[in-house]
Design a protein around this ligand. Structure first.
Ligand code: MGP
Length: 192
């Protein structure tokens, strides 16, 4: 009798996710200026498809300087101007050039597993996660939809992120609302 083959059941994720990528700016383009240069790579909504994609994806630390991966919930673009980001902001962790590059790979992977696996508390406020490879170091940002910067919810989101970071590095995570004063000291900024 032929051996019975058991089909693995499809394991759906809570959300559908889209992976976007951009490489470095083309020559001559000025740094520090916003350019919409990301492109959609793929999307997934099952555990099987997630592993199929991520088993074959280069880890962030091996990407060319200037590259970013953006992993966002379906229907949300990785841009502040997207309607879901109005009133939102991001928690960011930055490495320094002397830090081991694999730190970023670990934090990126642990945070995204928690987000797609729906174990991240208040994950419904998270729209996506971005990892950026830059000359002076790398950064990971957890992007949020509208949230009160000084609220218990935002605090808890920052604390969870900080716990993932603390397993690898003694570095702060910082929150800043999305707007054109991004990166400069202003109201709504938080540090942990
Ligand atoms: P960047 O492309 O992430 O580059 O942002 P980089 O080299 O990391 O820039 P840096 O200035 O952070 O060192 C380029 C610039 O565009 C940033 O300085 C931000 O002020 C701005 N910026 C970033 N994002 C994600 C957005 C966005 O979604 N919308 C707008 N309008 N500006 C953005």
């Amino acid at each position: 009798m032929a051996a019975e083959t058991k089909a693995t059941p499809t394991l759906p994720l809570n959300d559908e996710w889209v992976l976007w990528f951009n490489g470095p700016r083309s020559g001559g383009a000025s740094a520090h200026r916003w350019e919409k240069r990301y492109k959609k790579v793929t999307n997934f909504n099952t555990v099987q498809d997630f592993w199929r994609i991520f088993n074959n994806l280069k880890v962030p630390s091996t990407l060319v300087v200037g590259s970013d991966y953006h992993l966002f919930k379906d229907g949300i673009e990785p841009e502040w101007e997207h309607e879901k980001h109005l009133g939102g902001g991001a928690w960011t962790f930055r490495t320094q050039s002397k830090d081991p590059p694999t730190q970023i790979d670990y934090v990126w992977f642990q945070v995204l597993l928690s987000l797609i696996g729906n174990t991240f508390k208040y994950g419904e406020y998270v729209t996506g996660i971005v990892v950026s490879v830059r000359k002076g170091g790398m950064r990971i940002a957890i992007w949020l939809t509208k949230v009160e910067p000084k609220s218990a919810i935002n605090d808890e989101i920052g604390d969870q992120f900080k716990r993932f970071v603390s397993c690898q590095a003694n570095r702060k995570v910082a929150y800043a609302p999305f707007d054109d004063t991004w990166g400069r000291a202003k109201d709504g900024e938080r540090n942990k």
